[in-house]
Design a binder for this molecule. Structure first.
Ligand code: ADP
Ligand code: MG
Length: 701
């Protein structure tokens, strides 16, 4: 596949090795995997199937069910090339119980050659009704020979990206599971207890999930209720809990420079703002101010919905550090957000001597070097950049405060502990840390889980905001919605149309968005319509977003890529297609893209019937409130049985198998486990490494 020398499967692998160590994996595949957030072998093994196919038994053609996949086998009783509109090859199979038609639109000459009358063919595919007969379109097929076996396990189907086939996943994962060796380092202490508790060990759990036996309960697995999943969920929550506790512990061992400010100064700063702080902002800022004055590093989480005014709090906090001659680092999750923050900070400090710089990956090497020098020489005072950029080569002259803007991704901070090797840390002077998140974390969860952080919440938005009007509309009334879009755009306001598949590949998602885009274009010829999805290159995406921002595009069809960091105040209508498939937090975050200007905004949740009980509840919640905390709380309650929502929902989770909302009930059990079995440093280390190892990249602030 490529010429990069690689290790053979026989050689030693560890959980943290890069996927590049696998035979046949070079830069191109590893880049594709990175899109799925897969970098190490451990990541590969923790990439779980979202469904299974049953190829373990042959189904008589008569017994196959329409719209279901089946493995069938029969002899060819006819085959012919037909040209209706498109050339196609039609093959008829017969197995004694019935006949089925196979249709191929793409086929090769040698395929024709191998299809002899009477030859035995085995096929896997979905059975459809076509011209009154059972049909499989483009089934996977093979000519049956004496040694054709059926699968001994259910066949996993993985979320993937284009260029990486299902067979690739199956092969790699199977060989890694068979490899064992150092891959699965076991802990002598906690691991045994957990093995016993769940009746399955780590490796067996992975095997069961990737290669379930034909008689296992598929549904239980897919719902992650099976003991294999339960074990992994428990373990991951344990790892997470442990890493949080370490953050606090380490923080307590360090000192910080107290950042003090006179009351008059701070009053003057507040007075310069074009508005007065809301009660929530004032309270949060008072808490931060009191933390900063201590000689222990602040570790505070500031929560507040989008638009609640967190940035102002960051600005005021930064001012205090600047008054104390300290530098401030501001970390954002994406370049776009870093750019926005940079502008806000620059604007705020424009009349002062304070130098604000932006450090992002797209800068030229020369510029980066210059900025790094300025940081080292203390010529730059406030440094805004992406999380990733803070990892390498930056040396601060005197860093006093780190502000981490996590937007919707909550979780970076927990990894700050991982660069600290167990037991070796000595008291150091470290900067104060303020973590900001727009993910409303339900109070119940906050209290039982985020105990390692001090938290401040801004519960109410500044006055005068119009709340977004939300309706839920059945897809049958799609035409009315399309007509509404036209009227809306006639008033010079703009519209988002969000479409998404959940748990499918990026490729399919892009395709779905593209189909909708084409259909809308046909229906709305007078509008300028744009399309963005995850398969576009960064600069293409940016060009379209800029055109939308500039008002050149009226209607933007998008996948959930628009979730983070888009601010177009003139966009006042959002249509979310298949809204029933989204989790509440994600709906809330998507909806937050409108309602950013002075005009009234609207959100239409377009749903497909029939609705499950939980889906109905979710849509009703969205209609009745725009309060992120209320929605988050409801989200916790609504994770009923049978709800397998997309793995890509954002919100609380940054976890691999566990989902805070879904697995909420496990948290007290995890806490209890830890109090009964306190983990030693080595155990903690192994646990955290197994689950979070490579995430250390954020650690060196
Ligand atoms: P967040 O970062 O929490 O999403 P921002 O800090 O960006 O929110 O604030 C959103 C908008 O509200 C900004 O335009 C900001 O100037 C404005 N704003 C912030 N605080 C107040 C306030 N107390 N009164 C009025 N407007 C405010
Ligand atoms: Mg913000």
């Amino acid at each position: 596949m490529n010429n990069i020398p690689q290790r053979d499967v026989i050689q030693s692998y560890t959980w943290f090795d890069s996927v590049l160590t696998l035979k046949g994996v070079g830069e191109s595949i590893s880049e594709k995997l990175a899109k799925l957030d897969i970098v190490t072998l451990g990541d590969v093994l923790l990439h779980f199937p979202y469904r299974y196919q049953d190829r373990t038994r042959l189904v008589p053609i008569r017994d196959t069910l329409l719209e279901n996949e089946a493995l069938i086998q029969g002899s060819i009783i006819s085959y012919q090339e037909v040209t209706n509109k498109r050339k196609q090859l039609i093959v008829t199979l017969e197995d004694g119980s019935g006949i089925i038609r196979l249709v191929f639109f793409h086929y090769y000459a040698n395929m024709l050659k191998s299809f002899k009358l009477g030859a035995l063919l085995r096929c896997f595919g979905e059975v459809k009704l076509f011209q009154k007969g059972k049909t499989m379109v483009h089934p996977e097929y093979q000519l049956v020979t004496e040694d054709s076996l059926v699968d001994s396990h259910l066949c996993p189907v993985y979320a993937s990206v284009s260029g990486i086939s299902q067979n690739w996943w199956r092969k790699i994962i199977r060989s890694l599971l068979a490899y064992r060796g150092d891959l699965f380092a076991q802990d002598p202490v906690w691991e045994k207890i957990i093995d016993e508790r769940f009746g399955i060990d780590f490796l067996a759990a992975l095997e069961k999930i990737h290669l379930p036996s034909p008689d296992c309960d598929k549904l239980l697995l897919l719902e992650r209720k099976d003991n294999a999943y339960q074990r992994l969920i428990f373990e991951e929550l344990l790892a997470h809990r442990t890493s949080l506790a370490r953050v606090r512990e380490i923080n307590h061992q360090h000192c910080a420079t107290p950042l003090l400010i006179e009351k008059e100064k701070i009053d003057a700063l507040k007075a310069q703002l074009p508005f007065t702080l809301t009660a929530g902002q004032a309270q949060a800022f008072a808490e931060i101010q009191s933390d900063l004055a201590k000689d222990k590093p602040m570790l505070r989480l500031l929560q507040g919905d989008v638009g609640s005014g967190k940035t102002v709090i960051a600005l005021l906090s930064a001012s205090i550090a600047i008054e104390n001659n300290k530098q401030v680092a501001i970390m954002a999750p994406t370049e776009v957000l870093a750019g926005q923050l940079f502008q806000q900070f620059q604007h705020y400090f424009v009349a002062s001597e304070v130098k604000v710089v932006l450090l992002v990956g797209s800068l030229k090497e020369k510029q980066k070097k210059q900025i790094c020098d300025e940081i080292k020489e203390h010529h730059a005072h406030i440094i805004v950049g992406t999380h990733a950029l803070f990892q390498d080569r930056i040396h601060f002259a005197d860093l006093g405060l780190v502000v981490i803007d996590e937007q919707h991704r909550f979780g970076v901070h927990q990894r700050l502990s991982l660069n600290q090797k167990g037991g070796q840390e000595t008291a150091m002077t470290v900067p104060h840390q303020l973590i900001m998140t727009a993910t409303p974390i339900p109070r119940t969860l906050c209290m039982s889980y985020y105990t390692h952080l001090d938290t401040s919440q801004i519960l109410t938005l500044p006055q005068g905001r119009k709340s977004i009007q939300t309706v839920a509309v059945s897809n049958q009334k799609r035409d009315e919605i399309i007509a509404r879009i036209e009227r809306h755009c006639e008033q010079n306001e703009q519209v988002y149309w969000v479409c998404a598949l959940v748990d499918e590949s990026e490729h399919l998602e892009a395709q779905a968005a593209n189909d909708t885009y084409l259909a809308l274009k046909q229906r709305l010829p007078n509008l300028s319509i744009g399309l963005v999805h995850g398969k576009l290159k960064a600069n293409e995406k940016e060009a379209i977003m800029n055109a939308f921002y500039a008002g050149e595009i009226h209607l933007l069809v998008a996948t959930t890529v628009i979730e983070v960091g888009v601010n177009v105040p003139n966009a006042t209508l959002m249509v979310i297609e298949n809204a029933e498939r989204f989790g509440l937090s994600q709906l809330h975050q998507l909806r937050g893209r409108v309602g950013r200007g002075a005009q009234q905004s609207y959100c239409v949740l377009l749903y497909q019937t029939p609705l499950s009980h939980f889906a109905k509840e979710r849509l009703m919640t969205m209609r009745s409130t725009t309060d992120g905390f209320e929605i988050a709380e409801k989200d916790l309650q609504l994770r009923g049985p049978g709800e397998v929502l997309g793995t890509r929902q954002s919100g609380l989770q940054q976890l691999k198998v566990a989902h805070f909302a879904r697995d909420f009930a496990q948290i007290p059990k995890v806490n209890q486990f830890l109090s009964e079995h306190p983990l030693g440093i080595a155990s903690q280390q192994l646990l955290m490494e197994r689950w979070f190892k490579r995430k250390t990249e954020y650690a060196k602030v």
